[in-house]
Unconditional design. Structure first.
Length: 376
């Protein structure tokens, strides 16, 4: 059974706190965004790498321990829906209600929200339809990409298991296309971060020698990322240099006991556990608080209060909605009740219900064999 890694929660805390500091500077009235504050936005890149890492790690652990593992496509889809959708839908509804009240009263919406929105923006947001509409909360842009990434994840994992060299080659080709050709989009631009997370999980489980050099290689990656910022990236999370830097950060965190202990401190792990809920609600709260308090109390006091309120709102959402939904018994019951219906839907669409993965004793890599779950 896969056990939760405390230091990974610490990494999540670093990611969400970095993003919060970035937004506190972006939305501070009359403040020019400093270079160091701009770099805090790459907490989102760290989130992307952590996502791929955590999704792939259990499979690699099973393969390492027993030589075989089964990837349950239906169970994966249901668990991801339960994990992501309820808090996200609540955050969308809350933003819609808050924004509608302000628009009715003729009050300008706070930073992090659009000047106005309509019903299609709300519905499209709930369905992750992010073209030709505005986000009710600008931080939501990454959630649609994350959800689309889940559609690709089983195929990416299969390639990584079957042939890691081919998987790494695919990362290089995708990064090349995103940086140097017209075959570009935000989804393609951030895809290397997700895939590098899978590679980081493989390196941790197999104690790959690359982990020994993660720190110096990470420093080199940061230098290259900063140099690459001279080229236009929109959003700035499509800078593949930062993907590589965060990849080495995740590897280094798993390889250095001192860093693990630091990241596993209770304060960081508690923030990390609630990081998803914090991410969903923090930006408009920070922007509104800064707009109200900074003219009267100054930048420092307003920023401290804004960050505190953003954290408090995120913890409230986590406690009330996210925390109950991630309990193992709740997840198991949700999957059991909905598996039959999704099995039929997947079978109708020709999507395999699962894959059995083998780790042969030879050095040729891992092979994919059909799973009995494919039969319906």
């Amino acid at each position: 059974m896969h056990q939760r890694l405390s230091y990974v929660d610490g990494l999540r805390a670093i990611a969400v706190l970095s993003v919060m500091v970035f937004h506190a500077r972006v939305h501070a009235p009359g403040v020019t965004l400093e270079p160091w504050a701009k770099e805090c936005s790459h907490g989102v890149d760290l989130f992307f790498v952590i996502s791929g890492f955590c999704l792939a790690l259990p499979t690699f652990e099973k393969l390492r321990a027993g030589g075989h593992a089964t990837f349950d496509t239906v169970g994966f889809a249901l668990k991801r829906c339960l994990r992501i959708l309820p808090p996200y839908a609540f955050a969308v509804g809350l933003a819609a209600l808050f924004g509608t009240i302000l628009m009715w009263r003729g009050i300008a919406l706070p930073g992090g929200m659009p000047a106005s929105f309509n019903a299609w923006d709300v519905v499209g947001g709930l369905l992750f339809l992010d073209r030709d509409r505005v986000e009710l909360n600008r931080s939501f842009w990454s959630l649609a990409i994350e959800f689309r990434w889940y559609l690709l994840f089983p195929l990416a994992l299969l390639l990584a298991v079957r042939n890691m060299r081919a998987f790494v080659t695919a990362i290089v080709l995708i990064a090349f296309a995103g940086e140097l050709t017209r075959a570009t989009s935000t989804d393609l631009g951030v895809l290397p971060a997700f895939m590098l997370g899978i590679a980081a999980a493989y390196i941790r489980v197999n104690a790959h020698p690359l982990a020994r050099y993660a720190f110096p290689l990470g420093l080199v990656a940061v230098i290259l990322a900063l140099a690459n910022e001279q080229r236009p990236h929109f959003p700035i999370q499509t800078n593949v240099g930062w993907h590589v830097a965060m990849f080495f950060f995740v590897i280094c965190a798993g390889a250095q006991p001192a860093l693990q202990r630091l990241l596993a401190t209770p304060v960081l792990t508690r923030v990390g556990v609630a990081s998803y809920s914090i991410y969903l609600v923090h930006e408009p709260i920070i922007a509104a608080t800064l707009g109200v308090l900074q003219p009267a109390y100054g930048q420092f006091v307003a920023t401290v209060v804004a960050l505190t309120l953003g954290l408090a709102a995120g913890f409230a959402l986590w406690f009330a909605l996210e925390r109950p939904l991630v309990r193992p018994e709740v997840v198991a019951r949700f999957v059991a009740r909905r598996r039959a219906g999704l099995n039929r839907l997947f079978a109708l669409a020709g999507i395999p219900l699962g894959f059995a993965l083998h780790a042969p004793s030879t050095s040729s890599g891992l092979t994919l064999v059909p799973s009995r779950k494919e039969a319906v």
